[in-house]
Design a protein around this ligand. Structure first.
Ligand code: GDD
Ligand code: MN
Length: 374
């Protein structure tokens, strides 16, 4: 697997490894990195960013004693942003002012440590800013992706991401990969990075816009020890992450806000049907069904649109403010229509359309400013 002259790379390389309960893996990882790195990289270090609840940090310190390169462990007090947040914190600690590379990899040996020098050498050789280890290039494989369901989910996520960012992800066959090398200066703007969960490469490729990207194939291995920390929750996080990235422009956020609003008719009508069916008078039924629609919209907006902005307020505060604005929208609409018809002499239909659009834009702006901004 090794190619090129020994110590071909003289720039400083930081190998960044996020860990969550990997006590059974870090010893083997450091051993294999020790066999692979110093022979081919003249300056390298390994930085772990650890959110573990087991004794991973101690296991790292123990194994580091016999390492031929410096090893640092950053213990995070708050695991903000999960895996992606840990990587951003590691980038900050590694430093982005000096020339050189940061290589991000998993601790569980699904990413072959021997490939680290290959990634950096490939980047240096072709002058790329980002080198992705891809499971989908000829010669690569995803053997370690256990189960047909995970293969299908990974494929669907890849298509979604590439569909959302056809230009920015054009040269990347595997935007879901967690194994890549990036030049330090390319990721210097870490304040702008707000990754959610696992897809840190997608975040970097979209926000840092590396000028040139290259890929190397690799075979995704089986886990050495322990189990994957990925769950169904990561799936929702990914969808929220993708929407957040895609809707950095206000018009795009407004569009998604409107589309989510439209889907609210479904629970609204269903609630109305059930409540009137149960014998409730249509006026209280309308009011209750409307709240059902509001709640539905709130949940979707929380999960998809403003996922990264929820921390500014307590959830009860958010739901209260959101419901207040949604109901204010309904209450404002009737007098607005009356105004358009009575004073501006518009036709009722035109007046209704204009009132709907006006209150929609107002509600979007107010929701963003009053519910999801600090
Ligand atoms: N610090 C920190 N905090 N590390 C974490 C966290 C967290 O919340 N969650 C997971 N990690 C670490 C794990 O300890 C491991 O070193 C690495 O991140 C990957 O976690 P796994 O749980 O092994 O992920 P996976 O194998 O399911 O997914 C991997 O492969 C996917 C490709 O299918 C990751 O590399 C994904 O990014 C990748 O998309
Ligand atoms: Mn893994």
């Amino acid at each position: 697997m090794t190619t090129g002259a020994p110590r071909a790379v003289t720039e400083a390389v930081t190998v960044l490894v996020p860990t969550f309960n990997e006590a059974g893996n870090v010893g083997e990882l450091l051993r294999r990195l020790g066999a692979a790195l110093p022979a081919r990289l003249s300056s390298c270090e390994v930085v772990f960013v650890d959110d573990s609840t087991d004794d991973t940090a101690e296991a790292i310190r123990e194994a580091a004693r016999t390492c031929p390169y410096p090893v640092t462990v950053i213990r995070r007090r708050e695991p903000v942003g999960g895996l992606g947040g840990a990587v951003v914190e590691g980038i900050r600690a590694a430093g982005t002012r000096e020339p050189g590379w940061i290589v991000v990899m998993d601790a569980d040996l699904q990413h072959p440590p021997e490939l680290v020098p290959d990634l950096v050498e490939a980047g240096a050789r072709v002058g790329a800013d980002l080198v992705v280890a891809s499971r989908y290039r000829p010669g690569g494989s995803r053997a370690g992706l256990a189960g047909g369901r995970r293969v299908a989910v990974s494929r669907a996520a890849t298509w979604l991401a590439k569909g959302a960012f056809p230009r920015l992800l054009r040269g990347i066959s595997d935007p879901m990969s967690g194994f890549f090398a990036v030049r330090r200066e390319t990721v210097a703007t870490t304040e702008e990075l707000r990754p959610l969960g696992y897809k840190i490469l997608m975040e970097l490729a979209v926000r840092c816009r590396p000028a040139s990207v290259t890929e190397l194939p690799f075979a995704f291995q089986d886990r050495f020890s322990g189990e994957s920390k990925s769950s169904a929750r990561e799936g929702f996080r990914f969808l929220g992450h993708l929407t957040t990235l895609r809707t950095s422009a206000p018009w795009a956020r407004m569009l998604v806000f409107g589309l989510i609003g439209l889907t609210g008719f479904l629970p609204n009508l269903l609630g109305l049907h059930l409540l009137t069916g149960a014998g409730l008078h249509y006026v209280p039924a309308e009011i209750a069904a409307n709240q059902l629609g509001v709640l539905w919209n709130f949940l979707l907006i929380e999960v998809l649109l403003f996922r990264d902005r929820r921390r500014h307020r307590h959830w009860a505060d958010r739901v209260g403010r959101f419901a207040l604005l949604a109901n204010a929208d309904l209450l404002l609409r009737i007098p607005l229509i009356a105004l358009f018809v009575g004073v501006l002499h518009l036709e009722v239909l035109h007046a209704t359309v204009i009132a709907l659009l006006t209150t929609f834009v107002l509600r979007f702006a107010a929701t963003e400013a009053l519910v999801y901004l600090p």
